[in-house]
Design a protein around this ligand. Structure first.
Ligand code: MTE
Ligand code: MO
Length: 383
């Protein structure tokens, strides 16, 4: 029995007053039952080890071990660039400043007293990669307050262009020979900031936001790469210039060759919405039959299909977990009939309703840099 599923059941009952979701079978990626066997990938080095989350360290998932729809709070990946500030909740303040009619300040209690919303949101780090078997991913049920009404209450002034979200974590950056103190921050255009799905999360899977994940308040921009989801949020600033801090202008900047109005150019852009991506995370054998499992993440565009290809065989349709909501990750299953002993290569690809197909590495534009690694990911196993 998966303890997390248990927690989810309690939580859904409490939060929604219904057991509808909980009553749905957890048919995708159940914990390994007795007699089930994880088939080892031959592309995972023997010394590949995932350590539990620790203070002031990054953490990723061992994707072979994903067994539940919501990622456990203690296991959800962690990326923090400037350490982890420990914020005293009793003195915590969130300020809204800059080009607004009313500058506002909220205590944690103020935010907790507002109308609360809940959303399933999964995301990945823009630096997630095949090298980590795509372990920088997670999916959770987030609770908190909607962002747009707060910005409306502050009253964004004409001429404003950008909303900047500052975390309370501060690092020393050397910029052109000069040491400066800099807070983790990201900017959104006014239009992007006003998306109705953006929220300030106070809760994660029914618990107060954990320390590692931005306690007490973080921004969530559903459908975007993780870097947009500013943790330990303490200031929202409205301004009339683009924000060009490290995590907008220097890091999390993709480089690729693109056709720009008929001219081939090298283009750099800050990572924004998640690209359409799927990957195989494990193969389970049970009673002689094999099941290939994986995940999909994207910007929320509905999917048409996920397909799996075994060796040089045809693309075959996988089954997508029906409980997945718009911004949650989508887990998929493929029953592999008559798997023969020996070495095999497995790959998945996802197609959305607009007909966008996940590209192979070779089909991607030249040098989609380290950031945004969303090509097809062939895996090798031995049966
Ligand atoms: N304040 C702050 N927010 C942050 C970061 C950070 O270093 N500091 N890292 C970002 C990055 S790069 C990612 S991928 C996500 C990771 O969120 P998680 O650690 O809760 O999984 O948080 C984002 N928000
Ligand atoms: Mo990230």
């Amino acid at each position: 029995m998966n303890p997390e599923d248990n927690g989810r059941r309690t939580l859904l009952k409490g939060a929604l007053g219904t057991g509808v979701l909980a009553a749905m079978p957890n048919l995708i990626l159940p914990a390994l039952a007795q007699g089930d066997k994880l088939i080892p990938f031959t592309d995972v080095p023997e010394n590949f080890q995932v350590t539990p989350a620790r203070p002031a360290a990054n953490h990723y998932l061992d994707t072979r071990e994903i067994t539940s729809y919501f990622t456990d709070n203690d296991d959800f990946y962690i990326i923090q660039h400037y350490g982890q500030p420990d914020i005293d909740e009793s003195t915590y303040r969130l300020k809204i400043t800059g080009m607004v009619d009313n500058e506002l300040e909220f205590t944690l209690q103020d935010l907790q007293n507002m109308a609360q919303i809940e959303q399933q949101v999964g995301f990945e780090c823009g630096g997630n990669s095949q090298r980590l078997f795509h372990g920088l991913i997670g999916n959770a049920l987030w609770g908190g307050v909607s962002l747009a009404p707060l910005l409306e209450r502050a009253g964004i002034q004409p001429g404003a262009k950008e909303v900047v979200f500052f975390g309370s974590d501060i690092g020393n950056e050397e910029i052109r020979g000069r040491e400066v103190e800099s807070a983790f921050a990201r900017g959104l255009s006014i239009e992007d900031a006003m998306r109705p799905e953006n929220m300030l999360a106070l809760q994660m899977n029914g618990e107060p936001l954990p320390y590692y994940h931005g306690k007490p308040v973080r921004l969530l921009v559903p459908g975007w790469y993780g870097v947009a989801n500013v943790k330990w949020l303490n200031q929202i600033h409205v301004q009339n210039t683009r924000f060009m801090g490290r995590f907008m202008g220097r890091d999390y900047v993709t480089l690729k060759k693109e056709n720009v109005g008929g001219i081939e150019r090298w283009v750099e852009n800050s990572v924004t919405m998640m690209n359409l991506k799927s990957a195989i995370i494990r193969v389970v054998e049970s009673g002689g039959s094999h099941r290939i499992q994986g995940f999909v993440l994207n910007d929320g565009t509905p999917l048409r299909s996920v397909e799996v290809k075994i060796d040089d065989g045809p693309w075959q349709r996988a089954e997508i977990n029906p409980r997945s909501t718009k911004y949650a990750w989508k887990l998929f299953n493929f029953d592999w009939e008559n798997a023969t002993p020996g070495d095999h290569t497995l790959v998945s690809r996802v197609t959305d309703i607009n007909g966008n197909v996940q590209a192979t590495q070779e089909e991607l534009p030249e040098k989609v840099s380290y950031w945004e690694d969303f090509g097809q990911f062939p895996r090798t196993i031995r049966i």
